[in-house]
Design a protein around this ligand. Structure first.
Ligand code: BTN
Length: 243
C-alpha cells in the first residue's frame, strides 16, 4: 500500500483529486494529513479534527465502479470495510448509521466523504475520504461525536488502522467487481445502527415520527416501517434520525 504523508493540507480529498488527475497514481494510494485547514464533511459541512490525533485520509479507488448507479454500493463497502477493520481491533458495538456514519454505541466515530469523477473513457475514479476519530478526547463542541480512545480507554496507532481499513477495502471492492452485491447488501443491513429498534425521525418539514429501520432499497434509500404498518422509503435529504 502506497501512503503519501502530509503534515498540513486544505483537504486530503482535494489534494488526491488534483494528484490523480495530473499523475498516474496507483489504485488504493492513500494520502494522510496530521491536520486539514478545510476538511470537508457530508453535505457541505466542515470536518473538524484535532491536529495529529486522528486518522485523516483519502484513498483512490480506480475503475471499480462501472456506472454512476453503483455509487451507493461503494459507499456501503467503505462503511463495511471500516466496521470490519474496527471489529478486528476488538471494538464492540460498532455500526453504520445510514447512509455512512460509523458509530460506536450511539456516538459518531467516523465519517466518509466519497467524491466520484467520470473519466473520458467512461470509467469512474473515486476519492474515498475518511475521518476516523482515534486519540482525540475533547469533543466539547461536538456532543454527538466520540473516538476510539474515549470508547476503549487506550491510544491507537493511526497508521495501523489505515492499513487494516485499506486491506478490508481491497477485499470488499473485489466483491463489487465479482458482482457479489447481494451479500454486501445483507452485510450492510445487518450492521445498520438502530435496525429494528423504535427510532424517532424528523422529516424535512420538521415533523417527528416513529419507525423501525428495516434496511435499504437498491437506490440506497432507507426503508422504515411506520406505526400504521406501512413501509416507506426515504432519501438522504428527506429525513434525519433523532434516535
Ligand atoms: C462526514 O461529514 O461525515 C464526512 C467526513 C469526511 C472527512 C474526511 S477527513 C479526510 C477527507 N478529507 C476531507 O476534506 N474530508 C474527508
Amino acid at each position: 500500500m502506497k501512503v503519501i504523508k502530509l503534515d498540513a493540507i486544505d483537504s486530503t480529498n482535494d489534494f488526491l483529486k488534483g494528484l490523480s488527475q495530473t499523475q498516474n497514481v496507483e489504485n488504493f494510494t492513500a494520502v494522510t494529513a496530521k491536520t486539514q485547514t478545510k476538511g470537508k464533511g457530508q453535505m457541505g459541512s466542515k470536518w473538524l479534527s484535532e491536529s495529529n490525533k486522528n486518522l485523516i485520509t483519502s484513498i483512490l479507488i480506480r475503475d471499480t465502479l462501472t456506472s454512476i448507479e453503483d455509487i451507493f454500493i461503494l459507499n456501503m463497502t467503505v462503511a463495511l470495510a471500516i466496521v470490519e477493520a474496527l471489529k478486528k481491533y476488538k471494538i464492540p458495538a460498532v455500526s453504520i448509521k445510514w447512509p455512512n456514519d460509523i458509530m460506536a454505541e450511539n456516538k459518531k466515530i467516523a465519517g466518509i466523504l466519497i467524491e466520484n469523477s467520470i473519466k473520458e473513457n467512461g470509467k469512474i475514479d473515486s476519492i474515498v475520504g475518511i475521518g476516523l476519530n482515534v486519540n482525540q478526547t475533547d469533543f466539547e463542541n461536538l456532543p454527538k461525536a466520540s473516538s476510539l480512545k474515549i470508547y476503549m480507554g487506550l491510544d491507537f496507532d493511526t497508521e495501523n488502522l489505515l492499513e487494516s481499513i485499506v486491506d478490508e477495502m481491497q477485499t470488499y471492492t473485489t466483491k463489487i467487481k465479482n458482482g457479489e452485491t447481494d451479500s454486501l447488501w445483507q452485510e450492510y443491513t445487518q450492521n445498520l445502527f438502530r435496525k429494528d429498534i423504535p427510532t424517532v425521525f424528523e422529516d424535512n418539514k420538521g415533523l417527528k415520527f416513529m419507525g423501525l429501520i428495516q434496511g435499504i432499497n437498491p437506490n440506497g434509500k432507507l426503508e422504515v416501517l411506520l406505526e400504521d404498518d406501512s413501509v416507506k422509503q426515504f432519501g438522504i435529504k428527506e429525513i434525519t434520525m433523532v434516535y
